[in-house]
Design a protein. Structure first.
Length: 568
C-alpha cells in the first residue's frame, strides 16, 4: 500500500511540474508548451490600419513610451506636408546572393524580404519570407525624419537609376531613393547590400535647402503584426516579438501581451545596443554605431500591429549643408557567430533561456563537429557520443546500482510475497536487505538526474538552431527540423525505450512495474511530432545507454535478461 501511495505521489508531482513549466512559459510571453490556446486573430486586417503620419504635431521629440497614433506612425511625427510632385508609386527589387529585397517608393520602405538560402515547407519549396506587406501578414522596415515638417516613411520618393542585382565579381550593389523637398529639407536613402551578408547598410543624407537651420531626428523602426512564424511545432513554441538590448539592462524581450497591457519596461535612452523583432530561427534588427545616442521605443501602432525602433539626433543642419547618418538593418537567420560579429549581444536573439550557460557550449561543440563531419545528422550522433563519454562514470555508477538491484530482486520478491500482509515489517525487512547488500535504491537515479539539465540544454540547441532547418541526414530524412515523414525514427526510439525498460530491474511493487512500461509509451507519443533531429538525438542516446548497461551488467556477473511486463 505504501508503494502504491508513493507511486501516486510521484505521478502527481511529475504532472505538477509539467503544469508549472507550462505556466512559466505563459508568464514569460511564450505560448503554452503543452496546452496551447489558439492565437486570436484580429478582425481587422493589418493592411486596413496602415493610415499615415499623424494629422498634427508640435515638432517636439517623442519619448520611447509614447503611444503611436496610426498603424505605422512614429510617436510624435510631424504633420504631413502637402505631397510634393513625384513619380508614380512603385516597387523596386534589390537582389544579392542571399537576399531579395522589395522596397516601396513611398518612403523607401522595405516591404518584402526573401532569404534565398532558406526555404519554407511548401511544395515546391520557396525562399523564406521575413518582411512582408500582404493582406495576411505585415512586417515592415521604415525610416524617416521627425522634429518638424520633414520627409517621413510616407513621403513619395524617386528611385535613382542603377543596377538592381549583384553581378558576378561584384561585392556590393546599391539602391538610392530621393525625396522631394518637404519644408525645404530633402532626405536621400541609399541601401547597400553586400555579397553573403544579411546586414544592409542604410545611409541617410539630410539635405537642407531651406533658408534656416534645421534640427531633425532620424527614426528607424520595425513594424510587425503578432502572427507567429510557420516554424512552430507541437509541444514547443519560441518567443515571437520585439527585443531591446542596452548595456544597462542587457537583453530584454517584450511580449505582445505586455505591450497590449501597457507593461513595457525597457531602457529608453542608451548609446549602444539594438532593437529587434524576433521569431523562430530568424530575426531583424536596427543597428547604429557604438557610441551613437538613441532613444528606444516599443509600442502598439494600430490594430494587431506593433512597432520597435530607435530615434537618433541628426544634429543641426545649416542652410545648404548635408548631414549623414548611417545605420544597418539586419534581416536574416539566427546564426550565432555571424550575429556576434555584427553587434554585441545580437546573438542573444537566439534565446536558450535559463539554460544558456549550458546551451552555448553545446552549440559551439555541435558546430565544430559539423565543420569536420559536414552533415548535421551525423554531427548530432557524434555529439551524443561525446556526451556519453563525458558522463561515462556517472552512468556506470547508475547501471552498476541497477545491476545490484537486479541481482537481489528475487530475494526482494520472495520477501514481499512472504510478508504481503505485514506492510510495516515488509518495509523494515527491505531496508535491512539493502543495508546488507550495500545497495542504494536511488543509486540508479541520482547520476541520471545530474545529466538532465545537459540534455535539456541540448534539446533547446537542436530546436533553436536554424542550421538544422532544411538539413538532410540520410535516406528519407531530408529535413532534420521537421517530423520524420514515415515515423521510422519515432518507432525505433519507442522500441529502444521499451528495451531499456526491459533491461532494468523490475520494481517489487506491481503498480510501479506497470508504470515503468506505461510511461515510455506515453512519452514516445510526443516524439512522433518532434523534429527528426531531436528524435535522432534521443534514439542515439538510448542505443548508447543500452550498450553501456549491457556491458556493465555482464562485467558484474549479472547476465542481461528481459523483464517483460505483467499486466494481470
Amino acid at each position: 500500500m505504501n508503494d502504491i501511495r508513493r507511486t501516486i505521489l510521484w505521478v502527481i508531482f511529475a504532472f505538477s511540474l509539467v503544469l508549472l513549466w507550462d505556466k512559466w512559459q505563459v508568464h514569460n510571453g511564450h505560448k503554452a508548451t503543452f496546452f496551447p490556446t489558439p492565437q486570436q486573430q484580429a478582425a481587422k486586417s493589418p493592411a486596413d490600419a496602415a493610415s499615415g503620419v499623424p494629422a498634427s504635431a508640435d515638432g517636439t521629440v517623442p519619448t520611447a513610451s509614447a503611444a503611436v497614433a496610426g498603424a505605422t506612425d512614429v510617436p510624435g511625427a510631424a504633420a504631413a506636408a502637402p505631397a510634393p510632385a513625384a513619380a508614380p508609386r512603385q516597387n523596386v527589387v534589390l537582389t544579392s546572393d542571399v537576399l531579395r529585397l522589395t522596397f516601396d517608393s513611398e518612403g523607401g520602405t522595405l516591404k518584402h524580404a526573401e532569404l534565398l538560402k532558406y526555404f519554407d515547407k511548401s511544395t515546391p519549396p520557396k525562399p523564406v519570407v521575413l518582411f512582408d506587406d500582404s493582406a495576411t501578414h505585415k512586417y515592415l522596415g521604415q525610416t524617416g525624419l521627425i522634429g518638424g515638417t520633414f520627409p517621413t516613411h510616407k513621403t513619395p520618393m524617386t528611385i535613382q537609376p542603377g543596377a538592381r542585382e549583384l553581378a558576378d565579381g561584384q561585392d556590393s550593389v546599391q539602391l538610392r531613393f530621393e525625396s522631394a523637398e518637404v519644408g525645404g529639407v530633402k532626405l536621400v536613402k541609399t541601401y547597400t547590400v553586400k555579397r553573403g551578408a544579411y546586414d544592409v547598410t542604410v545611409q541617410h543624407d539630410v539635405v537642407n535647402n531651406s533658408g534656416a537651420p534645421v534640427n531633425p531626428r532620424l527614426y528607424m523602426q520595425l513594424v510587425r503584426d503578432n502572427t507567429e512564424s510557420g516554424d512552430q511545432t507541437p509541444f514547443y513554441s519560441t518567443f515571437t516579438g520585439p527585443a531591446v538590448y542596452t548595456e544597462e539592462k542587457k537583453y530584454q524581450k517584450v511580449s505582445f501581451k505586455d505591450i497590449d497591457n501597457n507593461k513595457v519596461s525597457i531602457e529608453k535612452t542608451s548609446d549602444a545596443g539594438f532593437v529587434a523583432m524576433v521569431q523562430h530561427y530568424f530575426a531583424s534588427a536596427w543597428l547604429l554605431p557604438e557610441g551613437t545616442q538613441r532613444e528606444n521605443f516599443v509600442n502598439k501602432s494600430g490594430t494587431n500591429l506593433y512597432a520597435a525602433g530607435m530615434i537618433t539626433p541628426v544634429g543641426t543642419v545649416e542652410p545648404g549643408q548635408t548631414k549623414t547618418v548611417s545605420a544597418r538593418l539586419f534581416a536574416g537567420p539566427q546564426i550565432e557567430p555571424m550575429m556576434e560579429s555584427l553587434a554585441p549581444g545580437l546573438e542573444l536573439v537566439k534565446d536558450y533561456g535559463w539554460l544558456t550557460i549550458l546551451a552555448k557550449p553545446l552549440y559551439w561543440l555541435l558546430s565544430k563537429l559539423h565543420s569536420f563531419i559536414g552533415n548535421w545528422g551525423w554531427s548530432i550522433v557524434a555529439l551524443v557520443l561525446l556526451l556519453k563519454i563525458a558522463f561515462y562514470w556517472l552512468n556506470a555508477k547508475a547501471y552498476a546500482s541497477m545491476a545490484k538491484m537486479k541481482a537481489i530482486n528475487p530475494r526482494i520478491q520472495e520477501m514481499r510475497e512472504r510478508l504481503k500482509d505485514k506492510p510495516q515489517q515488509m518495509q523494515q525487512e527491505m531496508m535491512r536487505i539493502y543495508r546488507e547488500e550495500k545497495v542504494n535504491p536511488m543509486g540508479g537515479c541520482l547520476p541520471i538526474m545530474v545529466q538532465i539539465p545537459v540534455f535539456m540544454a541540448l534539446y533547446w540547441v537542436l530546436q533553436s538552431s536554424v542550421e538544422i532547418r532544411n538539413a538532410p541526414w540520410i535516406g528519407w530524412i531530408h529535413d532534420l527540423s521537421v517530423p520524420d515523414p514515415f515515423f521510422i525514427l519515432p518507432l525505433l526510439m519507442t522500441l529502444s525505450s521499451l528495451l531499456q525498460t526491459a533491461l532494468n530491474p523490475a520494481p517489487p511493487d506491481p503498480m510501479q512495474a506497470k508504470l515503468m512500461w506505461i510511461m515510455p509509451l506515453m512519452f514516445s507519443v510526443m516524439f512522433f511530432f518532434f523534429p527528426a533531429g531531436l528524435v535522432l538525438y534521443w534514439l542515439t542516446n538510448n542505443i548508447l545507454s543500452i550498450a553501456q548497461q549491457w556491458i556493465i551488467n555482464t562485467r558484474m556477473g549479472v547476465p542481461p535478461q528481459f523483464n517483460l511486463p505483467k499486466f494481470k
